[in-house]
Write a protein that binds this ligand. Structure first.
Ligand SMILES: Cc1cc2nc3c(=O)[nH]c(=O)nc-3n(C[C@H](O)[C@H](O)[C@H](O)COP(=O)(O)OP(=O)(O)OC[C@H]3O[C@@H](n4cnc5c(N)ncnc54)[C@H](O)[C@@H]3O)c2cc1C
Length: 444
């Protein structure tokens, strides 16, 4: 089967991409993207397109308080789900009361939460006696920023899933991966893979309309680079692009219901601040920054040593903050540098050589209670047409893993419609240790 990939932009990667920033003259990611060991479909995709060796893996997470005191989270020799307990218990970032509150919450979330639960994470945390320290330094910082929304806007089953996958199922599931090359370079592997498989990529080809010829059983995409015909169509668009295209698709029963689903989604922003200093400001690769507006620090000079910079390059990520997203460039950079100095005193004596701010206002879709009803399956209302994209019904929040899963689910729906059903979805990682006894059987 030959595939034609039609892309609006001049490069691949979508919301996970990099580009030459004209203001600083450096290739930067639109934002640091992290994956985890539990992202089996994304990792499978990286293996298929030959870029899996470009991911740097780590199991350690350093939390830093203003003033510089560090706490280390990570696995130990204990079996899952206890593997993270020793380091959590010795973390200075949490008081004894915080640790007890966290341990109680973790054990309550150990079993899966009913998928139909309509409770928000915020309500559940209030019911489950979480302390201020646990709320501010763990739930808001680690979980709400992983799901990129406020605690009250997160459906409990999604939070429970993140807790189980990242902290309980196994040390491998929770290990964190970061690309050692710019994101677009990572995804360029997909173009090479397609070229080797009798397929092609059409760039700068925004799809403006889609037509169905029932007698020829063919789809035609009207794009800015000309018309493209095909037997089958997979629409792998973000929800707002799907919403824009819907009025330019054939009218069929079910299209209005899909439009209604699209309208139910909401965006959350992520900002990243890229800073180049004349010297190293830390020997850490990455860190979680507590109690301030800046949340995550990625030391790009260390994660991407091929850059061979004379200066040091760090990227700060600010998740789910609509107030930060409203700051001007100057305000955002000044606030970031001043907060960064509270964690790394070397910032005070270092010279800031250049800086860039990237605001992604439409970074991710939210996962509030009830959102699953607005996530369509891969089967669309149109013949030989399938839906993909992170916002479709994958069971995962807005992540690269959700996008990879959606592609695999669309391929399964397509092959089934052709009368040759095949399985493409990769199995989840098996829980280890005691978690094996607590987890329901999986699909494969
Ligand atoms: C700032 C930021 C930080 C993030 N951090 C993380 C992270 O740490 N970890 C993680 O897993 N995920 C993260 N995400 C989310 C992740 O990027 C997305 O979940 C994932 O990229 C979604 O992939 P997708 O293929 O579903 O959609 P997209 O990546 O949005 O791809 C859709 C593609 O469709 C194209 N398109 C749109 N309209 C048209 C049209 N009419 N015609 C032709 N082409 C069109 C777009 O140009 C785009 O290339 C982050 C996202 C952002 C923005």
């Amino acid at each position: 089967m030959s595939v034609q990939l039609v892309e609006r932009r001049g490069y691949l990667g979508g919301r996970a991409s990099s580009y030459l920033h004209p203001g600083v003259g450096e290739v930067i990611d639109n934002c640091q993207h992290v994956l985890f060991g539990c992202c089996t479909n994304l990792i499978g995709f990286y293996q298929r397109i030959g870029v899996a060796d470009r991911i740097h893996w780590t199991s350690e997470m350093t939390m830093i308080e203003p003033g510089g005191r560090c706490s280390q989270l990570g696995p130990s020799w204990l079996p899952a789900p206890l593997h993270g307990v020793p380091k959590l218990m010795s973390a200075h970032a949490f008081t004894l009361a915080d640790k007890i509150a966290l341990a109680r919450a973790f054990s309550a979330l150990m079993r899966s939460v009913p998928h139909g639960s309509t409770e928000s994470l915020g309500t559940w945390l209030r019911r489950n006696g979480q302390t201020k320290g646990a709320l501010d330094r763990f739930w808001r910082l680690v979980i709400a920023s992983a799901l990129n929304a406020d605690l009250d806007s997160i459906a409990l089953p999604y939070a429970a899933k993140v807790i189980r996958e990242l902290f309980m199922n196994s040390a491998q599931a929770g290990s964190m991966g970061m690309s050692t090359v710019p994101l677009s370079e990572l995804y360029a592997g997909a173009a090479e893979f397609l070229a080797q498989h009798d397929s092609r990529v059409l760039l700068n080809a925004n799809v403006d309309a889609v037509e169905w010829d029932a007698s020829a059983q063919k789809w035609t995409l009207v794009t800015r680079a000309g018309k493209v015909t095909s037997d089958c169509l997979v629409l792998a668009l973000p929800f707002e692009a799907m919403g824009k295209l819907l009025p330019h698709m054939p009218s069929v029963p079910g299209a209005d219901a899909l439009a209604q689903q699209v309208r139910s989604h909401e965006h959350w922003p992520i900002c990243s601040v890229h800073l180049w200093f004349d010297r190293d400001i830390t020997s850490l690769d990455h860190a979680v920054l507590l109690d301030r507006e800046i949340h995550w620090m990625y030391n790009k000079s260390r994660l991407q040593p091929w850059r061979k910079l004379k200066s040091s390059y760090v990227e700060l990520v600010i998740s789910a903050s609509r107030t930060f997203a409203e700051l001007t460039r100057e305000q955002a950079i000044a606030q970031s540098v001043s907060e960064l100095a509270e964690f790394f005193p070397e910032v005070g004596s270092a010279k800031l050589e250049k800086a860039a701010l990237v605001k992604e206002v439409r970074a991710t879709f939210g996962v509030p209670p009830g959102i699953d009803a607005a996530r369509p399956t891969a089967v669309s209302p149109w013949p030989n047409c399938f839906l993909a994209g992170d916002w479709t019904a994958t069971g995962w929040p807005s992540t690269m893993e959700s996008a990879a899963r959606s592609g695999h689910l669309a391929a399964e729906a397509l092959s089934e419609s052709m009368g040759a059903p095949r399985s493409f979805l990769n199995a989840d990682l098996k829980p280890r240790g005691l978690m094996r006894l607590l987890t329901p059987k999986q699909r494969k």
